[in-house]
Design a protein around this ligand. Structure first.
Ligand SMILES: [Zn+2]
Length: 279
């Protein structure tokens, strides 16, 4: 299913006959979806019934879809008759055991996930598809209702609609903040890995710059110092000459402190730059 292009707006002129047909079809569709949910194994039926009223925005629907997928993957029953080498299961929602002529069931979790979400070339789970459409339709119906309430002569209706609009804005703000924090955490973790994985010659480069001795810096090539600069562990001061132009940054000091701490913990000797004059 194309997640972003559903539902397609209907722009046909509305007539009372047309409205009547639409109403009838909508009722039939609702009833068919209810029947699908009723026919599901109890744990999936209960999960869907319990959770889908919480979907008030499209962002909620997207999270609901991920959560339902995870719940299905966690609760898929592995059938040893399908394979003795890998974990395979029939789809717990639609009961399909796949369409491969060579093997039965979906490999869990990747194959089953592809079926549930219609990814790659997998045939999409029709039950999952209808559940997704159901929550999106419900969100659109709610939004239309609140739009009508916002224009209502009743003050109470307008206040309810305003509270809903504020909640939506707050949800969007929270989501943006969560995304920002997740990004920041990911960047911080990447930085930590970069610092922890510094090569011995890079650590020596940092030590030589801190010492500021020409003899020690003579052992470090400029390329190494440039790389450390690009990693923002060193910076180049304006007007400085040669390798003396490099200065350690706070992150560079932190990298050395972390390395010293790790070396002490592991009982390793601290890396020291040879002085050419000592040779
Ligand atoms: Zn299925």
């Amino acid at each position: 299913m194309n997640w972003t292009q559903y539902p397609v707006d209907d722009e046909r002129p509305m007539t009372s006959d047309h409205d009547h047909k639409i109403n009838t079809l909508e009722r039939n569709l609702e009833s068919a979806r209810e029947t699908i949910i009723e026919l599901l194994p109890k744990k999936f039926h209960d999960w869907i019934k319990r959770s889908y009223f919480n979907c008030q925005t499209i962002e909620d629907c997207s999270k609901w879809r991920s959560d339902l997928t995870q719940f299905v993957l966690d609760n898929a029953e592995i059938d040893p008759n399908f394979s003795y080498r890998e974990q395979r299961a029939a789809c717990p929602l639609c009961g399909s055991a796949g369409h491969s002529p060579y093997v039965e069931g979906y490999q869990v979790p990747d194959g089953l996930q592809m079926h549930l979400l219609g990814e790659m070339s997998a045939r999409e789970c029709q039950v999952m598809l209808h559940m997704q459409r159901m929550v999106i339709d419900s969100v659109h119906a709610n939004q239309k209702m609140y739009e009508r309430m916002a224009a209502s002569p009743s003050k109470a209706d307008r206040e309810t609609a305003q509270a809903f609009a504020l909640k939506q804005l707050e949800d969007q703000r929270k989501k943006r903040e969560e995304q920002r924090q997740a990004k920041a955490a990911e960047a911080a973790a990447k930085r930590e890995r970069q610092i922890v994985n510094l090569e011995p010659h890079q650590i020596l480069g940092l030590r030589a710059v801190i010492a500021g001795s020409d003899d020690m810096l003579a052992n470090i090539n400029t390329f190494t110092l440039d790389v450390l600069c690009r990693m923002e562990l060193l910076k180049r001061i304006k007007g400085g000459r040669g390798k003396q132009a490099f200065q350690i940054t706070n992150d560079g000091k932190r990298a050395l402190a972390m390395r010293d701490e790790a070396d002490t913990r592991l009982g390793k000797p601290t890396l020291v730059v040879d002085h050419p004059s000592d040779r």
